[in-house]
Design a protein around this ligand. Structure first.
Ligand SMILES: Nc1ncnc2c1ncn2[C@@H]1O[C@H](COP(=O)(O)OP(=O)(O)OP(=O)(O)O)[C@@H](O)[C@H]1O
Ligand SMILES: [Mg+2]
Length: 364
C-alpha cells in the first residue's frame, strides 16, 4: 500500500484563500438566529437606553470598520463580545483601545458578564449529541459527540479517524430519535482524503437518500494553515445559513506541522494553533454545534516503555479538546477507542467496527 504520510502541501497554491464551500441545497429548516436578533421589540422599547443589536451601531464602529469586521467573520454581536482585544485589533486594523471599547460595548449590549448557574444549566440543556454509529463508542463518550464541545480523535493511519468524521457528517442529518440533530455538516479537508463515495455508502446503509446526504455535507479544502485559519474565522455565517450541526476538521494539525517545521518556529505555531482552537471552541459555543477534529500521532523516541506515540499539538490541544479519543487498530475491522483525560467521564475503552456500511458495534 502506498501511503503518503507527512504530506507537505507547500506545492499547493498559496493564493487560494477564498472560502470555497460548495453551493448550498439547504436542508429544510431555517437557520437558527441569535438571541439578540430575535429579542422582542418591546424589550428594546422599555429599556432606558436603546439596545444596540447591530454591529454597525456599536460606538467606535464606522462604516469602514463595520465592513472590515464583517469581512473578518465578526458579523454578529456575540462574535465580537467573545473576541480578545489583541485579536480584534489585529484582524480589523484597529487600535487596541478602540478594539477594547468595541468589545466592551458588544458585551454590555448582550448583558454578558455573569450567568447564574441556572442559566448555565439552561444552555447545557440545548446540548445535542450526534451518534457515532456504535453504541459502545457512544456510551464511552457520554452518549455521542456533543455540541458546544470539541472532540478530538488521534491515532495511527488506518485507525479510522476520518471514517468516524464521515459517519458523523451523515449521522448529524438523522432525526434526534435516530441519533442525529436533523442538521447539516461542514467538513474541512486538509489532507485531501475526503471521499464522497463513503458518505453515499454510509447514507444508503441508514436508508437515507444518498444524493441528498451528499448535498447536506459542505466541504472545503484547506491548502495550508493560514487558509485553514481563515476558513474557520468565516465559518459563523456559513453555520447559520446552512443549518449546520457539526463541523469536522480532518486533520487539525497536519498543516501546522508542515508549515512550521523546526524548533525555532514551534512557539509561533503553538500560538497560532491556540488561537485557531479558541476560534473553534467559540463557534461550538455560540452556534451550538459539535466540533470533531482528527489529529495525527508522532513517534516519541524518548519513550522506552509503554506507548511510544503521542498526539501532535502538545498541551494546547489537550487543554482545549473537551473529549479526547485515542483510536487504535485491532484485528480486521475492529478498532479500539480510549477516552483520555476527560473532566466529566471516567477513563475507559470501547471496541467498535469500521465496516462497509460505516461505524458500527463489533459483533460479539
Ligand atoms: N468502504 C470501506 N469498507 C470497509 N472499511 C473501510 C472502507 N473504507 C475504509 N475502510 C476502513 O477504514 C480504514 C481507514 O480509516 P481512515 O481513513 O479513517 O484512517 P485514518 O485514521 O483517518 O488514517 P490517516 O491517518 O491515514 O488519515 C481502512 O483501513 C479500512 O479498514
Ligand atoms: Mg484520515
Amino acid at each position: 500500500m502506498v501511503k503518503k504520510k507527512e504530506v507537505n502541501d507547500s506545492s499547493a497554491p498559496e493564493t487560494v484563500l477564498e472560502v470555497s464551500i460548495q453551493e448550498p441545497t439547504p436542508n429544510t429548516e431555517p437557520a437558527q438566529t441569535d438571541a439578540v436578533e430575535s429579542a422582542p421589540v418591546e424589550e428594546a422599547k422599555v429599556s432606558r437606553r436603546k439596545k444596540i443589536t447591530n454591529v454597525a451601531d456599536l460606538p467606535g464602529v464606522g462604516e469602514k470598520t463595520a465592513e472590515k469586521l464583517k469581512e473578518q467573520g465578526f458579523e454578529d454581536m456575540m462574535a465580537i463580545a467573545a473576541a480578545g482585544t489583541g485579536e480584534l485589533a489585529e484582524r480589523a486594523d484597529l487600535g487596541e483601545a478602540t478594539a477594547a471599547k468595541i468589545i466592551q460595548a458588544a458585551r454590555d449590549a448582550l448583558d454578558m458578564g455573569f450567568e447564574t448557574a441556572a442559566d448555565f444549566l439552561v444552555k447545557r440543556t440545548h446540548i445535542g449529541k450526534v451518534s457515532t454509529g456504535s453504541n459502545a463508542l457512544n456510551t464511552l463518550i457520554g452518549g455521542g459527540v456533543e455540541t458546544q464541545a470539541i472532540t478530538e480523535a488521534h491515532g495511527a493511519f488506518g485507525s479510522s479517524k476520518s471514517q468516524l468524521g464521515f459517519q458523523l457528517c451523515v449521522n448529524v442529518q438523522l432525526p434526534p430519535e435516530r441519533g442525529g440533530l436533523g442538521k447539516n455538516a461542514i467538513l474541512i479537508d486538509t489532507e485531501g482524503t475526503f471521499r464522497p463515495e463513503r458518505i453515499k455508502q454510509m447514507a444508503e446503509a441508514l436508508g437515507i437518500d444518498p444524493e441528498q446526504a451528499l448535498k447536506n455535507v459542505f466541504v472545503a479544502r484547506a491548502y495550508n494553515s493560514d487558509h485553514q485559519i481563515l476558513l474557520v474565522e468565516k465559518l459563523g455565517d456559513e453555520i447559520r445559513k446552512r443549518n449546520i450541526g457539526i463541523v469536522v476538521i480532518d486533520s487539525i494539525t497536519s498543516h501546522f506541522r508542515s508549515d512550521y517545521l523546526g524548533r525555532g518556529t514551534l512557539a509561533n505555531r503553538q500560538q497560532k494553533l491556540n488561537r485557531h482552537l479558541h476560534a473553534l471552541q467559540r463557534l461550538a459555543d455560540v452556534h451550538n454545534v459539535a466540533v470533531y477534529m482528527t489529529n495525527q500521532v508522532m513517534a516519541r523516541p524518548d519513550v522506552l516503555f509503554g506507548d511510544p506515540t503521542a498526539p501532535v499539538g502538545g498541551h494546547i490541544l489537550g487543554h482545549l479538546a473537551t473529549y479526547r479519543l485515542y483510536l487504535r487498530k485491532s484485528k480486521g475491522e475492529k478498532r479500539v477507542a480510549k477516552l483520555i483525560d476527560s473532566p466529566y467521564l471516567p477513563e475507559g475503552e470501547a471496541a467498535f467496527a469500521v465496516k462497509t456500511e460505516g461505524i458500527r458495534d463489533t459483533e460479539v
